[in-house]
Design a protein around this ligand. Structure first.
Ligand SMILES: [Zn+2]
Length: 264
């Protein structure tokens, strides 16, 4: 199947390709991810955060993409009187914070929202890159986040980490970098521009020590075979026990001790 902007997020595309977000989702909860892929279940969680992110992304893609996005999501973005809902007023502030920054404007140049496919660890992958500058050898990902310095405890890293590690953005950058390097036969450097949902928004231009990528790729190579077995029905999916899907499907089978609550 040929990937396009229209079918990139489709169920067919998710069956044919692995993506960083699908891999992350399987690692968080195998049961809910598989149920969603099979079309048996849809999360009910608030889609506003996703829409705010896409609103900001489409703005920096092109004015046509932004108009089209607003048109498609008119009811979520606008109130009855035609003005933006509070989250999108904030999204406009986020756009301005980046747009008025000279360094951002200088770096955020290249092809926007390119779709990339390639083979990694014997699996077909898909990726969408926010901004790709082939000549200068870098690509940029835009991230919206709560605040730049927020600390999260991470089981994966066994320590407190920033939002970049918490949301597996280093893995994402490592996979995109590898796919681009395979395709174009030269090295590419990933950068992240982050903008916060604070008022006024904070911004940061983030680089990543190359040494961080090796750890991510090794872990991916180790864990991908299991994820694929779950995806293609060779292994029963495990329930994480915590997410929306697992809470809906929970059955008690006995008691837990008070101390076990914090281990859940
Ligand atoms: Zn779950």
């Amino acid at each position: 199947m040929e990937l396009s902007k229209k079918n990139y997020y489709s169920n067919d595309a998710d069956w044919q390709f692995m993506s960083v977000s699908q891999f992350k989702s399987f690692q968080e909860c195998e049961a809910s991810t598989l149920a969603r892929l099979k079309g048996e279940w849809q999360p009910e969680k608030d889609k506003t955060a996703l829409l705010v992110g896409n609103y900001v992304h489409s703005y920096f893609e092109s004015s046509e993409a932004h108009e089209e996005f607003i048109e498609e999501n008119r009811n979520s973005i606008l109130k009855k009187d035609g003005t933006e809902r509070a989250e999108f007023v904030q999204a406009i502030d986020m756009i301005k914070a980046l747009e008025y920054d000279e360094f951002f404007k200088f770096v955020y140049q290249g092809k926007k929202e390119i779709i990339l496919t390639g083979t990694l660890f014997n699996t077909e992958w898909k990726a969408r890159i926010d901004c790709f500058n082939q000549e200068k050898g870098y690509f940029v990902d835009l991230k919206t986040t709560r605040s730049l310095g927020m600390r999260y405890y991470s089981e994966k890293y066994q320590s407190y980490v920033s939002f970049v590690e918490k949301y597996n953005y280093i893995l994402q950058m490592a996979v995109y970098k590898t796919l681009l390097e395979q395709k174009y036969g030269k090295e590419f450097t990933p950068y992240i521009f982050a903008v916060t949902k604070e008022s006024p928004p904070d911004i940061a231009a983030i680089e990543i020590y190359p040494g961080r990528f090796d750890f991510e790729m090794k872990l991916l190579e180790q864990e991908l075979p299991h994820v694929l077995k779950v995806k293609y029905g060779e292994v029963e999916p495990k329930m994480c026990g915590k997410c929306e899907y697992c809470r809906q499907h929970k059955k008690l089978s006995g008691f837990i001790e008070v101390g076990d609550l914090l281990e859940m």
